[in-house]
Design a protein around this ligand. Structure first.
Ligand SMILES: [Zn+2]
Ligand SMILES: [Zn+2]
Length: 122
């Protein structure tokens, strides 16, 4: 089944780059710099609902002094039901906090025993 990839930020379909990360394959848009997980669920992992919206998540920026690199927005799926509060917040142009794990992506899944952010690859 072909998977249509579209940038959630600008709608780009061609200039997309896959990148292997500790959490799986991340897709980045070469046009606007947005990033999102390739294996974005089309149904909510918590309730099975199909009303999934992609919203920008704020990433912590690490400045190493020499050069301030612009970190492109990272996009995560939010369920219109389970992530309703966060979705309402995102709809007010407020980025989703970097620590937030969306219910749509399987928040609190049994395969995730880690608290907070995991920076280092396994
Ligand atoms: Zn884009
Ligand atoms: Zn849900």
């Amino acid at each position: 089944m072909p998977r249509q990839m579209t940038c959630p930020a600008c709608g780009e379909e061609e200039e997309l780059t896959g990148e292997r990360t500790a959490e799986g394959i991340a897709i980045s848009c070469d046009r606007c710099g947005a990033r999102w997980p390739r294996d974005t669920p089309y149904t909510c992992a918590s309730c099975g609902g199909r009303d999934i919206r992609m919203r920008g998540q704020a990433l912590t920026q690490f400045s190493r002094g020499t050069q301030l690199s612009i970190v492109g927005l990272h996009y995560i799926p939010l369920c219109a039901e389970c992530d309703a509060e966060m979705l309402a917040r995102a709809n007010q142009q407020k980025p989703v906090p970097g620590r937030y794990r969306s219910a749509a992506a399987g928040r609190g899944g049994e395969d995730d025993g880690q608290e907070g952010l995991s920076i280092l690859p396994r």
